[in-house]
Ligand binder design. Sequence first.
Ligand SMILES: NC(=O)c1ccc[n+]([C@@H]2O[C@H](COP(=O)([O-])OP(=O)(O)OC[C@H]3O[C@@H](n4cnc5c(N)ncnc54)[C@H](O)[C@@H]3O)[C@@H](O)[C@H]2O)c1
Ligand SMILES: [Zn+2]
Ligand SMILES: [Zn+2]
Length: 345
Amino acid sequence: MKALVYEGPGRIALQDRPDPVIQAPGDAVVRLVKTTICGTDLHILKGDVPTCEPGRILGHEGVGVVEAVGSAVSDFKPGDRVLISCITACGKCDYCKRGMYSHCTTGGWILGHRIDGTQAEKVRIPHADGSLHHLPPGVDEEALVMLSDILPTGYECGVLNGQVQPGSTVAIVGAGPVGLAALLTAQFYAPAQIIMIDLDDHRLEVARQFGATHVLNSGRDDVVAGARALTGGRGVDTAIEAVGVPATFTLCEDLIGAGGTVAVLGVHGVKVDFHLERLWSHNITLRTRLVDTVTTPMLLKTVVAGTLQPGQLITHHFALADIMNAYQTFGAAAANHTLKVIISP
Ligand SMILES: NC(=O)c1ccc[n+]([C@@H]2O[C@H](COP(=O)([O-])OP(=O)(O)OC[C@H]3O[C@@H](n4cnc5c(N)ncnc54)[C@H](O)[C@@H]3O)[C@@H](O)[C@H]2O)c1
Ligand SMILES: [Zn+2]
Ligand SMILES: [Zn+2]
């Protein structure tokens, strides 16, 4: 089969690889129908994720058709159309039983990281019963690719961890696919204000279309003064950090109001300053999280109901044969007005 292989920092290539086979009783082999590229794949390509070794097939998102299952798989059979979760869950270990699938002792984020992933014609999925979801009939399968990772990430790590409440004020720093996913799912709770902050005017315009009540460009505007003016001088109730650099963590510390919650969703590679000298008396909560995808069944229901329209996040389409171009387009997102790209094997 054809597969996109990480060859070391700065190097990826489309290679011919053997088809995956069942290795354990809980495995399924899935033929990909649609997959995509994540910001995290770009982190791997930069060499930021040393646990991902050269030779690895990348990708942790996708929808497909089950081709084969191991003897212990009870919920899926060949021919089933499935959504692949970016997080692999055994369902039995201590972490899984607490809903912390991201820390599953024999799973977690392994797909396209520690085992071969979805940017290929086929993929092996360990713990298939805990890591696949049946596709609801009658919904756009392509749009459901957004539920493999970015929508549960925006919702769980941003909105739930950020304790977004009806009538509250929310700032989201970073209007990439993940920040926009937080914007879409924050609206489940009807906050009074959602202030979207980015450096890219096009993404801010998209955020406005997706329901942001205010947008601020941190390359141009005095964002802290702007947010204070919008919140009667108090600062926001929830600040969601969806970039992953020290400057945006500091910005969240400057934006948060007394009693508020900072939810860190960005993948951070270096240390940040935590301003306890200002924040100790402000009753703030700081929360971090690796996505668990424990809310995927609920998010699927909101898509079926039409409350959530994840297809809005898709801007480009490529064939698997053209995946190198897809990486280039996704990597230069600002120049190409890219959000999520769909790749069809
Ligand atoms: N916690 C998790 O489980 C989890 C899961 C998936 C992704 N992530 C992380 O979420 C983050 C966002 O992912 P994405 O795919 O949307 O990334 P992205 O790179 O597409 O988006 C980041 C956005 O931040 C903006 N930005 C950069 N510097 C900025 C600054 N100084 N001020 C304001 N805006 C700035 C960029 O213009 C861009 O729009 C990444 O760090 C990614 O690795 C975390
Ligand atoms: Zn991802
Ligand atoms: Zn487990």
